[in-house]
Design a protein around this ligand. Structure first.
Ligand SMILES: Nc1ncnc2c1ncn2[C@@H]1O[C@H](COP(=O)(O)OP(=O)(O)OP(=O)(O)O)[C@@H](O)[C@H]1O
Ligand SMILES: [Mg+2]
Length: 472
């Protein structure tokens, strides 16, 4: 149960908020002035603080500063009266999570609080990958994006089979990591996991390496030597960068993959092998096949189970988890005592494009951790690593499953119009989800959007959205 502390001198408003939050199963404590609020803070240890800006004794800004001294990470949301926007903006500059102007819709406030607490738990690593189902299944693989979860499901489902797997995805998306994970959660885990980088080894050498050779097979073959396919018996062979393999070896590999049988170089007898093949490529393999650079029959033999890893910019919701995971990893490795990632740094990380995918994010965090002198990984430290790359705000940086809300609001009284912006965003998100998944029921769409069916249907009604009008 999450704890929320509300500090405001308007007793009625405080009580209404308390009732509303309690309905949503929060534990709530209230205070009617700043000083008693701070006392309560130390005892209650809330996950989120809501404080009025103007109060009779001390201001919300002072409350904020004191709270930050006790726990830097805990989010503080300022409640402001209409017209005090300027001081609210200043409050955000000195570390408030956000602010909301009176009068406000409780649902909007609740959403803000929910997000703030989520972020807080991620930064503190409490709601970490360690506690999730996924992480328990696969140590070291992080992700909560829908496509990633589907991949995790596949990995579990195939643990008992020996079916071949083709891994595709851009460089740095985690193909290597997934290949290892598949092996280590499979029934073959006690057998060897052999990695063969098909691009790195010259053709003749690769042939001898993979298939082994008999004595006298070629000059220099003084003794017989089993190949890696034999060595891998009972385990998994990972053929990295398979599209780089020469046509001659592709033909030989086909026989091995098809019949689970190999013949050593210079040998006559066939040797049975019991291995699972996992092949990977960051090229468009279907195009390689169409262009006749890759054998079609081999492609079909390998492509029994297909796992395509999405680029990081299409799964931005994984960035906070991955960042916090890498932050911990490199803090440990470099004996640093970094406690968390600042919200500004996280926002900077969220807005970047990552042409190098997860590997690039990992490198950025590693450099940041090494350079950071404070307790928290700050945006300025990250700036150094990020500036060398291109335009974080460009159109492409918004992944296909992200909605960018362009806001054309008058600046004058701009804050009064913020609600409209939220409405617009809400409508856009629903429309996009429906267009993306025409096959899904309202129940499934609501789960996809992270809400429930009742709310989805109410919102669809409000925005006049009917499923009939949407083309997939
Ligand atoms: N989901 C993930 N969770 C945690 N770490 C990840 C994840 N995906 C990738 N990584 C890390 O990112 C780095 C790059 O991943 P990996 O080497 O598996 O990419 P790849 O797709 O094989 O890239 P390439 O095509 O360049 O060989 C590795 O250090 C890996 O551990
Ligand atoms: Mg790789």
């Amino acid at each position: 149960m999450y704890r929320v502390l509300i500090i405001d001198d308007e007793e009625n408003l405080v009580n209404v908020m308390k009732i509303n939050f309690e309905k949503k199963k929060y534990q709530v404590k209230t205070a009617y002035n700043g000083k008693s609020g701070l006392k309560e803070f130390s005892k209650f240890k809330p996950h989120c603080v809501l404080t009025d800006l103007k109060m009779p004794d001390i201001t919300g800004i002072e409350v904020l500063k004191e709270v930050k001294k006790i726990d830097f990470d805990v989010p503080v949301i300022l409640i402001t009266a209409y017209g005090s926007v300027e001081s609210a903006v200043n409050a955000v500059k000195v570390g408030a999570y956000d602010f909301i102007s009176k009068p406000f819709d409780f649902e909007i406030l609740h959403k803000m609080v929910k997000e703030a607490i989520d972020m807080y738990l991620i930064v503190r690593n409490e709601k970490s990958y360690l506690s999730s189902e996924i992480e328990r299944a696969f140590p070291g693989v992080v992700g909560k994006n829908r496509k990633m979860k589907e991949i995790f499901d596949i990995i579990s489902e195939i643990s008992g089979s020996a079916a071949n797997i083709l891994l595709t995805g851009q460089s740095g998306t985690g193909k290597d990591l997934v290949a290892r994970t598949i092996h280590y959660v499979s029934k073959r885990k006690s057998g060897p996991f052999i990695v063969i980088n098909c691009a790195a080894v010259p053709e003749d050498l690769l042939e001898a390496e993979l298939f082994g050779y008999e004595r006298g097979a070629f000059t220099g073959a003084m003794t017989e030597k089993p190949g890696l396919f034999e060595v891998a018996n009972g385990g998994t062979v990972f053929l990295d960068e398979i599209s780089e393999m020469s046509p001659k070896l592709q033909a030989k590999l086909l026989n091995a993959v098809q019949n689970r049988e190999i013949r050593r170089v210079g040998g006559v007898k066939s040797i049975k092998i019991d291995v699972r093949f996992i092949a990977s490529t960051n090229k468009d393999i279907e195009e390689e096949v169409a262009e006749k650079r890759f054998r079609e029959d081999l492609y079909y033999r390998l492509n029994v189970i297909r796992i395509n890893l999405p680029p990081l910019k299409q799964r931005k919701e994984d960035i906070p988890l991955l960042s916090s995971f890498f932050m911990k990893k490199f803090s440990l490795k470099n004996s640093k005592k970094i406690k968390g990632i600042s919200p500004e740094a996280l926002s900077k990380l969220m807005n970047y494009e990552y042409p190098g995918n997860v590997r690039e994010l990992e490198n950025i965090i590693e450099k940041g951790v090494i350079m950071e002198k404070g307790d928290y990984l700050g945006d300025e430290t990250l700036q150094i690593s990020l500036t060398s790359h291109s335009s974080p705000d460009s159109e492409e940086s918004v992944g296909e499953n992200m909605v960018k809300v362009r806001c054309l609001l008058p600046i004058e009284n701009g804050f009064e119009h913020l609600n409209f912006m939220q409405e617009d965003a809400e409508k856009e998100i629903i429309l996009r989800a429906l267009a993306l998944h025409p096959e899904m029921s309202n129940q499934e769409i609501s789960e996809f959007l992270g809400t429930n069916r009742r709310i989805l249907e109410l919102r669809m009604k409000k925005h006049n959205i009917s499923k009939k009008d949407i083309k997939g």
